[in-house]
Unconditional design. Sequence first.
Length: 161
Amino acid sequence: MISTLIFGYGNFDREDDGVAWHILKSLANELGQPFPNSPEEEMPIFQTYPHFMFDLQIYPELAEEISKYQRVVFVDAHTGLVPEDVNIAEVNPQFQKSPLTHHMTPATVMEFTKTIYHAEPKAVLVSVRGYQFDFSRSLSTKTAQLADQAVSSILMWLNNN
């Protein structure tokens, strides 16, 4: 299999904002890979791909890790600004300014990867509509159903790219 990183991000403690964690866990189960029960547990890295990572947000140092892979799948929640409930979009390296100092986009970290490490893995962002962002580690019913769709879409993308 092509060297692949699936990087999920969001706040696992804020209901649908943690949808990426649930998607990564389902993907690992589908692919027969063990996966921790919570983000506090260490994420195993195996010789087989894909590799999984989960964090609260994208950060500049992630560029070094991304540079080791041929493909990257970013997984996150969205709040409805994207027309599709489950959206897969190609990510091209490009610096994007953000009004928030703690917010970095997949395109920006891909630009860092290209500029600093001279690597340009194929990348996509899979975003899933979130509906509830209360303090909970469970997904809303609607987002849980969309997470299942996202898992199928990611598996299809992995098989076709």
